[in-house]
Design a protein around this ligand. Structure first.
Ligand code: SF4
Ligand code: SF4
Length: 392
């Protein structure tokens, strides 16, 4: 049963789908279009359909809602758009509208329920938040909830998915090697709210955002380190809009690569070992196009003696998505893995020994792509490379 039509609420954004020039530039950069080759799945096609719905004063029908969620929110369309439509926000706000019509996909409703119940996307007990620290127990046992200027924020994926725990472990090892006085929130850490930002459930993320900021400030934290670009973007870009600019004043938020680069520049760590490997770099969308952060990881890699860094054909602001963004892994796992596979094919063409990145979601998707393609390509997270090169 659909509700009566209400126009898209695009508060603070002076945009309408009518400003699309229908040039189609966005079509051939869109991973969802490239997977289906349906114009109705392309950014241009979706804008056209939205314009039609608005004109006819009709609500968003379920099949169109599904197409809006068949999108990785990679931002490639926004990057290339000839009329500068802020498409990323536009897709998020369309998802918000879909949520208000009670048409969110099942997986989004599941995540919503899990976050309300357990404050994490896995529906696990918050007391299990520190399971990821098992292998670095000795380095974190005195760090839980202590006052310190630096905090490590693990995020739900690293906290609860055993296959991603190494990212947190490696960050702790680097902090320890550099003599950084740090704290972790442990069971007081709650989801950053990114799934809500991605699904357009902005209001629902407010409590999580407030809780995380209050807890970090209570411990006197000034700098927060993230392996997850989604968590980083939530704190750095969404929280100030959502709960006020003053909420994040006095706090800086650093992705792992930027943090390591700072440690290198301050002489707190130094790469001395030869690391004779050829690495291809994949830019995570949530760090690259979404936040314009491309250089720190490359600078870190290039500081390692013996390493050779190769670029994929589509790199930096033209990088293709890993396939895992925008909740696509949950809404259409088959489309997601096909997109991942295409990124792996591109990585293979570089002739690199392994593909690297810095993102738990990219780690999962690209490893799935390797399996899907039965590729010989290996994947390493930047934290693994740093720890290996430092000999930790
Ligand atoms: S954000 Fe990415 S997947 Fe979504 S419409 Fe734009 S280009 Fe396509
Ligand atoms: S690039 Fe922008 S203006 Fe051109 S078709 Fe896509 S959304 Fe419309």
């Amino acid at each position: 049963m659909t509700k009566p039509y209400e126009p898209l609420r695009i508060e603070g954004l002076d945009i309408e789908p009518t400003v699309c020039a229908r040039c189609g530039f966005c079509t051939f950069v869109c991973p969802a279009y490239l997977d289906t080759l349906w114009d109705s799945q392309s950014p241009r096609g979706k804008l056209y359909q939205l314009r039609d719905l608005i004109k006819k004063k009709q609500p968003i029908p379920p099949d169109f809602a599904a197409r809006i969620f068949n999108c990785t929110l990679c931002g490639a369309c926004q990057e290339i758009c000839q009329t500068n439509i802020p498409l990323l926000r536009f897709w998020q706000l369309t998802r918000q509208e879909i949520g208000e019509l009670d048409e969110w996909p099942e997986i989004v409703n599941y995540i919503d329920g899990a976050l309300k119940e357990t404050q994490n996307i896995m529906e696990m007990d918050q007391t299990d938040r520190t399971l990821w620290t098992d292998m670095v127990d000795d380095l974190v046992e005195d760090r839980l909830g202590i006052e310190a200027e630096v905090a490590y924020f693990a995020g739900c994926n690293i906290s609860f998915k055993g296959t991603l725990a190494h990212m947190g472990e490696n960050t702790i090892k680097v902090m320890n090697a550099a003599g950084v006085d740090f704290t972790i929130l442990g069971e007081e850490e709650q989801c950053c709210g990114n799934p809500y930002f991605v699904a357009g459930g902005f209001e629902k993320a407010k409590e999580l955002a407030r809780h995380n900021i209050i807890k970090l400030k209570e411990l006197g934290v000034k700098t927060v380190i993230f392996n997850c670009p989604g968590c980083h973007r939530a704190f750095a870009h969404e929280y100030p809009h959502l709960i006020g600019k003053e909420s994040t004043e006095g706090l800086e938020f650093l992705p792992f690569s930027e943090f390591v680069l700072r440690l290198l520049n301050e002489g707190k760590i130094k790469f001395t070992k030869n690391y004779p490997h050829v690495v291809a770099w994949h830019d995570p969308c949530e760090l690259g196009r979404h936040q314009d952060i491309y250089n720190p990881a490359r600078e870190v890699l290039n500081a390692i003696p013996g390493i050779e860094v190769r670029e994929l054909k589509h790199n930096r602001n033209k990088a293709r998505c890993c396939g895992g963004g925008g909740l696509l892994k949950g809404t259409d796992p088959l489309m997601s893995v096909r997109i991942s596979g295409r990124r792996i094919e591109e990585a293979e063409k570089t002739g690199a020994e392994f593909l690297a990145s810095e993102c738990p979601s990219c780690t999962m998707s690209l490893n799935d792509g390797i399996e899907h393609k039965e590729s010989k390509m290996k994947f390493k997270d930047l934290s693994q490379i740093v720890v290996e090169a430092l000999g930790l």
